[in-house]
Design a protein around this ligand. Structure first.
Ligand SMILES: CC(C)(COP(=O)(O)OP(=O)(O)OC[C@H]1O[C@@H](n2cnc3c(N)ncnc32)[C@H](O)[C@@H]1OP(=O)(O)O)[C@@H](O)C(=O)NCCC(=O)NCCS
Length: 156
């Protein structure tokens, strides 16, 4: 049964997130698949949230996730291999309020993205990011602090 649900989620997400034209509809789809998403978010085309463990992904309010980003919550394989015995982890991903993940990023299992933290396009995020900061690259590194005052003014 679990396998059938996972297969259905995989199919729904991979086709739906690519084809559905509006962000609010893509958010519905992700919620149906088990992802927890707050209010006022924007989710781009083809954003894929771990199809096997979507319920481990929590997205706050006013979060932007740009096109083609991949969010992973597990490192495990059904193959009965040596490496499959070593790597067998399931970890929660948390994306805090106001964060913005650029296009084509990869967020790895266990990562927390801080409040109002910006991740540049094409980054691979393997560690937590701090609030009000810009991160970019592979591996993703902190580039600079983002001024809280400027951000607050823009929101008003
Ligand atoms: C991060 C970003 C917003 C630029 O922010 P910024 O504050 O203007 O930063 P800067 O352009 O001054 O760059 C600062 C440094 O970070 C580097 N940098 C910026 N974006 C980067 C990225 N995505 N990957 C790697 N390095 C990056 C710059 O090369 C620069 O390096 P340097 O100091 O060695 O010269 C922009 O590069 C970006 O990634 N935008 C996201 C685009 C996107 O996903 N659009 C979809 C919208 S839904």
């Amino acid at each position: 049964m679990k396998l059938i649900i996972a297969a259905l989620r995989r199919y729904l997400m991979s086709t739906g997130m690519f084809l559905i034209p509006f962000s609010f509809m893509r958010i519905w789809l992700l919620r149906i698949c088990g992802v927890k998403i707050g209010k006022g978010c924007y989710i781009g085309f083809n954003v894929i949230c771990d199809t096997n463990f979507s319920e481990l992904i929590v997205i706050g309010n006013q979060v932007t996730i740009s096109h083609n980003t991949l969010i992973l919550a597990h490192t495990a394989t059904p193959a009965r291999s040596y490496l499959g015995g070593i790597y067998n982890e399931f970890k929660k991903v948390n994306i805090s309020d106001g964060a913005w993940i650029g296009a084509k990023c990869i967020i790895l299992p266990g990562v927390s993205i801080g409040e109002n933290s910006m991740v540049g396009a094409g980054s691979v995020v393997s560690k937590a990011t701090s609030p009000y900061s810009l991160y970019a690259g592979n591996p993703c590194r902190k580039i600079k602090d983002l001024c809280r005052q400027t951000l607050t003014k823009q929101l008003l």
